[in-house]
Design a protein around this ligand. Sequence first.
Ligand code: GDG
Length: 486
Amino acid sequence: MRRVVLVSNRVLNLRKAPQAGGVAVALADVVRLHNGLWFGWNGEITTDDAADVVARDGRLATVSLSETDHQGYYLGYANSVLWPVFHNRLDLAQFEAGFFERFVAVNKRLAALLEPLLRPDDVIWVHDYHLIPFAAELRKRRVQNPIGFYLHIPFPPWQTFMAVPEHQELARALAAYDLIGLQTKADVANLIDYMANGVFGRIVPDGRIRLFDRLVSIASFPIGINVADFAKVKRAGGLVQGRPSVARIIGVDRLDYTKGLPQKFKAFGRFLEKCPQYRRQVVLTQIAPPTRASVEAYADIRQPIHYIHRSTPRRRLGGIYRSSRIGMVTPLRDGMNLVAKEYVAAQDAEDPGVLVLSQFAGAAEELTEALIVNPYNIEETADVIRAALEMPLAERRARHDALMTAVRKHDVASWSQSFLSQLDRVRSVEDPAAWRAPEPIRTALAKLEQVMGRRTRAASRKPKESQGLRAGPSERDRIREASSVK
Ligand code: GDG
């Protein structure tokens, strides 16, 4: 059986309970499902020499980072440039000299450390924005294996992406992959817009995109959860403020400016103002484990509001979800948001709670039966909290049923399987390194070009009114059509 080599910034110790963080949670599941090797950073910071040693432990191969690498690559380019820009927060991006060079250097070093561990029939699956240049670095080392990339965060509108000084280098790096997977159709549209408008990407007849000298396939693969982990949970007892007569609203978000915590607290406050009869009847419990505390933009977001400012054991989370009347998932921008899916999966189908979901979470594309809100609209969100609390049982059941169908449809197993089989398909078209359109297509294209050439010449001789007509859909529409979700 061929091996799947997962590469991600952070590798978790599989024997320890998973910590907060969507990517790590999902990959821990994938590495258990597939015959896999998981390569990446072990979370430790060491001296330069120690950073060049790969530690093997069963399916894990990990390295540490030096202080300079950690500063420039992780805290710097990945989390102070790419994370804010990809979440539409250009105002928070720190375009500092040296960050990008360090980012590429770390990717180069990691690629060099992985290469000796690779086998000819391995399939390599690289995860997330930290590692965009990883495939290009492997290709420079003549690695020919299929390499796929999955972006866990949103892809921004093309003009936002063009603000990144190194956007062309990033695009070139993306072109080294055979398949790029994104969370949603909206992200696919954004990336294709960027490729068409920003770096002259062109569609080829088989639906891939010719970008620089490579052919790359793009599609959406909405990530999911391990439904069984949450489906059998029991209600949590003894939780802070967990009196049975009190309805709980639950929020679980890494402490991050994209998660919209201030807006959530404001909406909850506004709800209590508007509906005083609910005072002391409803509590908001917010679990907010701290992350990336040394990135500057994260320093300001601790609120003087009561919340659980630490990580909660995963086995307790399910029970907390199940005993909460409302799951409040209101990020300002989110690639997917697994908490929304976990909340749904943990509900009692006979007496389910209600999911309130931001329209800006990727999950909103699938979870259409949630109560969808604009998190910036405090007034509306406050009203939706009330509507959720007062929703009749029959409607709660009907919505939950539909949501559960969606959560089951794209669970973590089908997510990884569909990405990997698409990568196989893409590679089997032909060897992309030596890709040329098949002979019949080349002939057909040549004929089409001749005909179009004749038409254009004829059109330029025709009277004015026919000149504005287009022969067919625009390049952008064609690219979008050919790459829409499989
Ligand atoms: C990125 C993208 C995308 C949270 N607090 C605790 C805890 N968690 C777990 C949750 C969930 C995970 O962490 C968080 O995942 P999210 O998807 O909500 O968000 P990100 O960490 O930002 O993940 C996101 C995801 O990647 C996957 O592609 O959905 O859009 O931003 O599983 O349960 N787990 C424990 N204690 C906590 O206190 N044990």
